[in-house]
Structure formats: C-alpha cells, structure tokens
Design a protein around this ligand. Structure first.
Ligand code: SF4
Length: 702
C-alpha cells in the first residue's frame, strides 16, 4: 500500500488544480489539500475532490474486450493487440495508409499526445489524425496565431488578473467550469477592478459581474465590432501603440466603423447604453484584459470572432503590456499541451507546422525517418469522423467519446458503426467504446506519471500514486505493443520520462519549446512555463548545457510579438450570420455548454455518485415567457428538434436566459443527448464546428 503523500494534479479541466493524494482508509487513495500550488492554493471543485472514485469504480475496465459473434467478450492483451494490428494491416493493404484514422484527446498527457502523433505518422504512415481538442479551442488558437504569431491560452499567469483594471469575459462561465478560478475575478473586483461578462445566459459568473451583456447567440463578432466602433468614435485608441506595435489597423478600423452601435444593437439585442458602459469600463483603467472561452470560439466564424475581440486589446494598447492582454481559457485538462505535440492534423511536436520543411526535417531527424516519408496534413476532427466508413476504414481512438461529444452526434455514431474496424482505449465502456471491435482498458491519471500543460502554458508533473488494477495498461504500452506488431521495434518506449526526453528534443527550437524542461525541474519547481529553451541544446542534452537553466516564460510579448516583424496584426472582420438562423419551422436558438458537477462527455463524472446526485441528467433551460408560449411547466419534458435530430429533457424555467434562446448541457447520452442537435458547419480557418448556436423548435411532451 502506498504510504506517502503524492503531490499531483486533477485529471479534469485546464486549470489543472494541484492536489495531494494520500492513502485512503479502505484502500486506494483520497484527495488532500495541496496549498503550495499557486493556481488553486488548495481549492478544488467537486469533480477534483471526487476524482479518485473513478479509479476504483465497479465499472472500470480491467480486461481487453474483443467482439465475437456480435458481443464484446474478455480477451487477453495479446489477442486484443494482435487483432488491432491485423485489422490495421488489412485496411492499409487493401485501401492505403490514409484509410487508417487516429483520433486522440485533449485529456491525454503530453507524452501520450506526442507518442500518438508519432505512431500515426511513423508506424501507420497516415495523415488522418486529429483529436477532440479541435472542438475545444481551435478558433482561439487560429486567431491568436494570426494576431500574435503564437498561441498560448493565457500569455500571462492567472495571478495577473486581480491586478488589472477591467476584464471582459466572453462566453466563459468559470463559476461552473473551473470554480477555483473564480477567486481571480472576485479579487479583481475587491481590488477596485471591474468584470464584464458576455453571455446569453445570466450564469453564476454573470451574476457576479459589474456589467452583463447578453447578446443573441452567434453575434459576439458584431458585439466586438460595435465596441470597437465606439472606442474609435470616442477617441479612446492608443495611437502611439498602434503605430509602434501593430499592423493592419486601417482595414480593421474601416470594418468596425461600418458597424454603428444602433446596427449592432439590432443584431445582438444589446442596448446601445450598455455598449457605451462597457467601453467606459474597459477603457478607463490603464490596464485591461479580454478573455474568451467556448462561447465565441465554437462558432462557424469563431476565428473571426476571437480576432474581433483581440482587436479591442490592440486598438487600446492592451496586448503585450503588463497586466493587460488577450487570453483564452482553455477547457480540457491538457487542452494546451494536447495541441502542441503532434496529434493535431496539421502540426508536429513543438507546435510546428506540418507543412514547414524545416520543421519536418527537424522532427524527422528526431524520429529517425526520412522527412519526405512523413505524411502531410490530414482532415480536421469532424471531417475525419464524417469520413469514417468512406475513405477511412479503420480507426484507433484514445481518450475521447465522440458519440456524446461530437456535433451531429447521431450521424457520427452511424459513421463509427460503418467502419470495418474500430479500436478504443478507455478506462470505462464509454458510449463510443461500446461500438468497438476491440476495447483496451487503460490506466488513469493517478496510476501513471506524465506531464500536462495548463491554460497558462505552465508545464506540470502528474505523479503516479498507486498501481493500476491488474489488467489495465498505459496508453504508452498500447502504442509500444502495436508498433512492435506493425514492425517498428524501436521508438515507442513505455516509460513516460523517456518519451518526455524525446519530446524535449523534438520541440527544441519550435514555438512551444520544452527543451529546457525536465521531470527533475518540474518536481523541484512545481511547474515551468514554455517556451523554455535549453541553452544551446539542439539535442536537448541538458537544461544547463550553455549556462544557467532558462527560467521559463510566464509572460509573452512584452518586448515584441512573435510575428515576423514583431507587430501584432489586426483582423479585418465583419459581422456575418451563424450557419443557421431561426425561421418559421425552427424559431428558437439552441446553445450548449457545461454544468458544475459534470465534465465533458461525462464518461468519468457520470460514474461518481456525488456528482450524479448533483447533476443527474440533461435539461432544457428556457425563459418563462417562452415556456408560457409553449404551455410548458418547469420540470415538464420538452422535445428539442433541429434539422439533425431530436432530444428530450425536462424544462428548467428561469429568467436568466434570453427569451429567444434555450440552453442544454451536453454531458449525457440517451434521449437527452444535446449533440444530436448541434450543427457541424465548420469555421473555414480553425475547422471548429458550431456547437454554440443552431435553430430548433420545441415541442411539449404530453
Ligand atoms: Fe479539477 Fe478543474 Fe475542478 Fe480544478 S477546477 S478541481 S482542475 S475540475
């Protein structure tokens, strides 16, 4: 039995709260406070506090399963891995390497994300790899890269928030999604700063704001343009900053000036006096921030929308200056690190572009392969799922549950069923795993060591606190076993630190440079912000090779932006409609999101009794006037119907939502599966689906 205190991090969201694991009286581990980690200072939400329950859950998978005569039945690891290797080989022989798909997850550690990307490109030779993080922050990543030349969720630590003057929080509800982060906004207000929340719902976070703007879903872009229009009209731009540190202002200014406040009020429903109040609150202090989350990002114009909010920071001289700037509050546990190490369709480790010849050369050298043999970019997540059973005949899936979490989920489920072969690695028999030909039971956060990178770009060490149950293996062991069976004997170690050492080397010189970070440093320092180059270490031979260790980079862009000329670039963007608008047949807008006691597709949190008691199932949040119009009482079942499907859940009647909008959380399968409704229309740049707005009609279920 484990006898010591193990400092580690929560398995769930991007805050990556620090926690200690200690032996539990009845065996296993329980959570104890870890006050020395600065991000959460010991505070945890219910999800983190109860996380050990999933480790010993009765529904935990402890044996591989293979499908025989239509049923999933227990099998040995050898048989399961042999079956996968044979199926992948068969598909590749018959249809070519790109008939093999790989789908990863934003919850995988950096080491797993790295190994999975390498496995797809080196062992399978396929370009068809992407991951569920595409559904999370890809629009913010695309907009941040376009504006600043580099995307890191927050380019400053959370500790800067209480010391700024004003924060505009756009489409984010940390009171429910990451409660320990709420204290940063509470302290901001205690220090005299102001908080503006933009959300079509009066969320628990919005209730604490100085100003709540509730735009019609899908109109955040117009809202930002209207605010910029007023900033210009009121002469509140920073002309010196515009000259010295930006480019593209003339075009962005012209676009904003075409969005008169009254026009913006008509589009968004936000009254002009509130627009003026927001501008006053944002512009009055010397420092201010704009933080976005999934609200503006999960739209078919998510990249432009985030760009428009970044424009506010640039026009007022608030990016790349102390206590100011734009940031994205990433969602998944390793949402940041998961997008940096090669499981994204268009990227190589170190946040390098797959199309960059120098990047290909560098990474190919680390991997010991010919750069010309590396595949090019593949399809984005939804496009990959949509191609299952068509071009893509076999799929290996790790750390994701798209039957619940993907847009147009019933269609995605049907695509998964149409595959020749599906292999899923998971800790429980998720809705997606139930469709598989082979299911592999894998280890979890507290049973293995590995690194994650939180929403601040702070690289962290999760430590193994107890042995996995007999029968479970780590994802790294799975990839090792498959690589060997597919003829690649070397290059897929099972020791996470060995993988991290290679990742350091692969990332060296890239935008997300981890080469100066080691497990030893992470253990000693509690976390290191990237970029952290090893001095003179193209081969990452040691973080002190050229002198003292690089301290890491908590704050980016203070001297220059990461663009070629060092200037931030404005986005010249204009309002455009969402993929679907309301009409006679579908007269109401649906928006989706999360609730406090559940996490993502619920595959883990739905197994925790306390969380299930707090949030037992889906609901349809609606305004009393809409409920009255439909003749629906609070708690009565209501059907929500879109062009893609139908979901049924009880009504939750509240005045804290726009009358033209309903909200559904997306954590559940079954009749109330919200994502059967959502629209997979994609952002043209980020390929983000439009989870946040689609047209629906409502029917009372009698
Ligand atoms: Fe875990 Fe996020 Fe809750 Fe912190 S806020 S305990 S990281 S789920």
């Amino acid at each position: 039995m484990q006898t010591t205190v193990t400092p580690t991090h929560c398995p769930y969201c991007a805050l990556q709260c620090g926690m200690n694991l200690v032996p539990a009286a009845g065996g296993g581990v329980e959570v104890a406070e870890r006050a020395d980690f600065p991000v959460n200072r010991g505070a945890l939400c219910g999800k983190g506090r109860t996380a050990p329950e999933v480790l010993s859950s009765a529904v935990r998978l402890t044996s591989p399963l293979v499908r025989r005569e239509g049923e999933l039945v227990p099998a040995s690891w050898d048989e399961a891995l042999d079956r996968i290797a044979e199926a992948l080989t068969r598909a590749r022989t018959a249809h070519g390497a790109d008939s093999l798909g790989v789908f990863g997850g934003g919850g995988l550690t950096n080491e797993k994300a790295y190994a999975l990307g390498k496995f797809a490109r080196v062992v399978l030779g396929t370009s068809q790899i992407d991951y569920n993080g595409r559904f999370c922050m890809s629009s913010a990543a695309a907009a941040g890269t376009a504006a600043f030349g580099l995307d890191r969720g927050l380019p400053f630590p959370l500790e800067d928030i209480p010391r700024t003057g004003c924060v505009i929080l756009v489409g984010s509800n940390p009171a429910e999604t990451m409660p320990p982060a709420l204290r940063y906004f509470t302290e901001l207000r205690e220090n005299g700063g102001t908080l503006i929340v933009v959300d079509p719902r009066r969320t628990r976070t919005a209730e604490q704001a100085d100003l709540h703007l509730a735009p019609r879903p899908g109109t955040d872009l117009a809202l930002a343009l209207g605010l910029l229009h007023l900033i210009v009209a009121e002469g509140r731009t920073d002309e010196e900053y515009l000259r010295e540190r930006t480019s593209g202002w003339a075009e962005a200014r012209a676009a904003a000036m075409a969005h008169w406040p009254e026009y913006v009020e008509r589009i968004t429903g936000v009254p002009v006096p509130l627009l003026r109040e927001a501008v006053e609150l944002f512009c009055a202090p010397e420092a201010a921030m704009v933080l976005t989350a999934r609200g503006p990002e999960q739209q078919s114009k998510g990249t432009d929308t985030v760009g428009a909010w970044i424009n506010l920071c640039l026009a007022t001289g608030r990016a790349g200056r102390p206590l100011s700037g734009y940031g994205c509050l990433t969602g998944q546990g390793n949402g940041q690190g998961g997008r940096e190490h090669g499981q994204k369709a268009d990227q190589l480790p170190g946040y390098r572009k797959l199309t960059d010849p120098a990047a290909r050369e560098h990474v190919a050298r680390v991997w010991g392969v010919d750069p010309d043999a590396l595949p090019g970019p593949g399809r984005s997540a939804y496009e990959l799922l949509d191609a299952l059973g068509g071009d893509i005949r076999a799929l290996l899936l790790m750390g994701s549950n798209p039957v619940v979490s993907a847009p147009r989920a019933a269609h995605v489920e049907e695509r998964l069923r149409s595959l020749d072969f599906l292999a899923v690695a998971d800790v429980v028999l998720s809705e997606t795993a139930r469709l598989a030909d082979v299911v592999l039971p894998v280890t979890q956060w507290a049973e293995e060591t590995g690194t994650t990178t939180n929403l601040e770009g702070r690289v962290l060490l999760r430590r193994r606190a107890l042995p996995p149950p007999e029968g479970a293996r780590s994802d790294l062991e799975v990839l090792h076993g498959l690589a060997g069976r597919l003829g690649v004997e070397k290059g897929f170690p099972t020791d996470p630190e060995e993988v991290f050492e290679e990742l350091r080397w692969a990332s060296a010189g890239g935008p997300a440079d981890y080469s100066g970070i080691s497990y030893r440093r992470l253990a000693e320092e509690g976390g290191v912000f990237w970029p952290c180059p090893a001095e003179g270490a193209e081969g990452a031979e040691g973080e002190t090779a050229g002198g003292g260790a690089h301290p890491g980079t908590p704050r980016l862009f203070l001297d220059r932006f990461a663009t070629g000329d060092g200037r931030a670039r404005f986005a010249a963007v204009s309002h455009r409609a969402a993929g679907e608008d309301t009409d006679e047949e579908y007269p109401v807008l649906l928006t989706t999101g999360r609730v406090l006691a559940q996490y993502q597709s619920g595959a883990q949190t739905r197994r925790v009794a306390e969380l299930n008691a707090a949030a037992p199932g889906p609901f349809v949040e609606m305004h009393p006037r809409l409920a009255e119009r439909l003749g629906v009482a609070d708690g009565q079942e209501v059907a929500v119907v879109s062009r893609r499907g139908r979901a049924v859940a009880p009504a939750r009647v509240t005045s804290g939502i726009r009358v033209d909008t309903v909200f559904m959380p997306f954590h559940w399968a079954g009749a109330g599966r919200a994502n059967v409704l959502t629209n997979p229309v994609l952002d043209p740049v980020s390929r983000m689906p439009e989870f946040k707005v689609c047209a629906v009609r409502l029917e009372a279920v009698r």
